[in-house]
Structure formats: C-alpha cells, structure tokens
Design a protein around this ligand. Structure first.
Ligand SMILES: Cc1cc2nc3c(=O)[nH]c(=O)nc-3n(C[C@H](O)[C@H](O)[C@H](O)COP(=O)(O)O)c2cc1C
Length: 388
C-alpha cells in the first residue's frame, strides 16, 4: 500500500516539509510586552515532537498598536527576536518547518484576553493594569457597540505601516523562520481593508474591490520583497464574511489571484470574524466546514491552498488531499487536545505490518517499539490509535 498523501513530503519553493500537516497559528495571550517565552517554546515544541511537518507561531504583531491583547506575541522590535529564534531553532531541530504568522489587529486591537471576556478592554482590565490603547482601521467604523472608535489611517500612516511590515519580515528572517503567513483574515486590519462593511474610504484604498484590495496587496508585495525568494509565503483569508453585504467567495478568489501575482504561494482558507470575536460562529460549522473554500480557491485562482477548521480525523484529512481540495492540512484545536496528532494519525493510516514507531522521536520511539509486541499479547481493550 502506498504512503498516505498526508505523510508524503512536499516542497514549497526551496523549503521541504516531511508531511502535509501544519499546526495552525494559535494565540496564547501569554507574552509580556510582545516577548515570547518558555510557554511558547513548550507549546510549539510539543507539536514538532508530535510529528507536524510545519508549526506556525501565533499572530505576531507588527506594531504594538496592532496587538489583539496585552498578551500577544510581537515582532515590532529587535528585542523580540531572541526568544523567537530559540523557538524556530527548536522546531527545526525537531523536524518541523519553523513558521510564523505576521499580523495587525486593526480595530480589533485593545481586546481582553479570551478568559477575561473576549470583548473591548473595560474597567476590570484597567484594574489589572491592562489599559486600552488607540485602535486603527481603514475607516472610523467600530466593530460593534461597546467597541472603541478606531482612528482612520491616513496616507502617511499607511506608508509608515508598510515599513513596519517590512521590518517585521526582516526580523522573522533573522529569527530563522522558513515559512511566513500574512494575516488577512478574521476581521483584523488587512481584512478590514478588504471588506466593504469595514472599509468606507473614498481614496485609492477604498471604494470598489480593486481599491479595497490595494493595501493588503501592497503589504504582500512589501513582505515578499524582503522575504527570501526560496521561502514560501502564505496568505490567510476569511474566504467569506458570512454577513449581509460582506465579502463573498468570488471577491476572495479575485484577491487570491492578485496575491499570487505578487508572490504568494498559498492561501490559508479560513472564514468570518469581521464582526464579533474571531471565533464567533457566523458560518455553520460542521466537520471540515471550510474545506469547500480551499477547494474552490485552489481551482479558480490556481494557487495551492491550506484547508483548516474542524479537521479532526486522519482519514478526513487524507480525503481532503486525495480529492485535490487542498495542499496542506492545518490542525488547530485538535492539536491542543492531542499534540501528537500527526504521529497518531500516521499510526491510524499506516499500512499494516512493519515497525510502528519509526517516525517518533527516538527518545520515545525506541521504548514504544519494544513495548509493542508485549502489548499485543495482552488481553484487554483495544489499543487506542493503532491499526496493526
Ligand atoms: C486558541 C486559539 C488561538 C488562535 N489564534 C489564531 C491566530 O493567531 N491566527 C489565526 O489566523 N488564527 C488563529 N486561530 C484560529 C486557528 O488557527 C484555526 O483556524 C481555527 O481554530 C480552526 O481550526 P480548528 O478547528 O482545527 O481549531 C486561533 C484559534 C484558537 C483556538
């Protein structure tokens, strides 16, 4: 039996991943002054030990103002590079492509950490020392009632912000990352430019679809110009807004085409988030609910895609690849549930016979391989995750 596609290597530009599994970026809200720490190292390191081909650092803010919360990881100053470098080195040493997402939260900045309420910062947060800060957006349109009125970015500020993205990208290079993603999804700044609901500008950066795409595309160009040619660039989008009058899949297919023309290699196909929290469900959620977007964008924009969202079962992931719906599978919360998801998925999908634990870190695999024959002789309930 041939190797499942999920576990076949893939090469993107000059970077090879041992399999098609990407651990999706997941904010931990646990940094101080944007500086990553041991929590992030262990959180991400587990996924490399767990067999993922690519492990992506959460949304790293390109400016302090662009953080979602006080706990976000940042990449807006050189002092933030060293702990990221340590993480990238650990990921690489343990077989994963070190990856990072760059982001600006726009009008969804100055938020509470999820466990403090997931809304705009309030008096309880002030009492903890978490003061609100000025938010920025394409237009002075707040996300919802009770949210800060954002400052509409002026042309000179847009130019300055392009430079911040450029510098952040150079820091990501310095830190040793090999796969970079520009966050254009979930209602954050670049998505706010794309959507007619949040972008009411009347200058060149607003109006029709071309105008609304202009700034995100300039950012992609700016990043690509300094991101090494042999390293892949992904763009995460909200494939649809899922809100009356918002972005439709056709809009995002057009954006994907333009992103590709500017050097993006993959589109990471998420959805929603323009109104309410990034995780607020406005699109009905079933297993693999965003896979059809990845499939449609892959075909229509002729660009590689990442499928994400409630992909839980190994065979489900394999089917997405076999059906040609996406090129990579991103696993988010299921990796929190089981950081060894890729290793377990391989056991579940593997052909019968032979050594079982060859993909595992030798520190674990050596022992597990030797335990296995004895385990198979024992009476008792079936062993989890194994097909032997
Ligand atoms: C704790 C947490 C933090 C997240 N942070 C980010 C993030 O930094 N950037 C991003 O694009 N998406 C973020 N997401 C969304 C995930 O990357 C992923 O798209 C989403 O959870 C759906 O995939 P899943 O069903 O496999 O979890 C986050 C999700 C969770 C649960």
């Amino acid at each position: 039996m041939s190797q499942p596609i999920l576990f076949q290597p893939i090469t993107l530009r000059g970077v090879s991943s041992k399999n098609r599994i990407l651990i999706s970026p997941m904010c931990q809200y646990s940094a101080i002054d944007g500086v990553a720490n041991d929590w992030h190292l262990v959180h991400l390191g587990k996924f490399a030990q767990g067999g993922a081909g690519l492990v992506m650092v959460e949304a790293a803010a390109v400016t302090a103002e662009g953080r979602i919360t006080h706990g976000d990881v940042g990449i807006w100053n050189d002092g933030q590079i060293a702990p990221l470098k340590r993480i990238a080195a650990f990921l690489k040493e343990n077989g994963a492509v070190p990856s990072i997402q760059l982001a600006h939260a726009g009008r969804k900045a100055s938020m509470q950490r999820p466990w403090y309420g997931n809304a705009a910062l309030d008096d309880a947060d002030r009492a903890r020392g978490d003061l609100p800060w000025r938010t920025v957006a394409p237009s002075a349109v707040p996300m919802d009632e009770g949210w800060l009125m954002p400052h509409a970015l002026e042309l000179a500020e847009l130019a300055d912000l392009r430079q911040q993205w450029r510098r952040a990208t150079l820091r990501a290079v310095d830190a040793g990352f090999e796969f970079l993603e520009v966050h254009c999804a979930h209602g954050y700044l670049l998505h706010e430019f794309l959507s007619p609901l949040s972008n009411r500008r009347s200058d060149a950066y607003g109006g029709d679809r071309d105008g609304r795409m202009r700034y995100p595309l300039e950012i992609i160009e700016t990043v690509r110009a300094v991101w090494p040619a042999e390293r892949p660039l992904s763009v995460r989008i909200s494939s649809v807004d899922g809100v009356e009058g918002g972005l439709l899949l056709d809009d995002q297919i057009a954006f994907a085409r333009e992103a590709k023309a500017r050097g993006a290699d993959l589109i990471d196909c998420s959805s929603g988030g323009l109104l309410g929290s990034a995780t607020a469900a406005r699109i009905p959620r079933g297993y693999g609910f965003q896979v059809p977007y990845a499939a449609e964008i892959r075909t229509s924009a002729e660009i590689a895609t990442i499928a994400v969202g409630l992909i839980l079962h190994p065979q489900q992931a394999e089917d997405v690849l076999t059906n040609g719906q996406a090129d990579l599978i991103a696993i988010g919360r299921e990796a929190l549930f089981d950081p060894n998801w890729p290793l377990h998925a391989e056991l579940a999908l593997r052909a019968e016979g032979g050594e079982v634990f060859t993909s595992w870190p030798k520190q674990y695999g050596w022992w597990l391989e030797r335990r296995e024959p004895g385990l198979r002789k024992l009476d008792g309930p079936p062993l989890p995750f194994r097909k032997i």
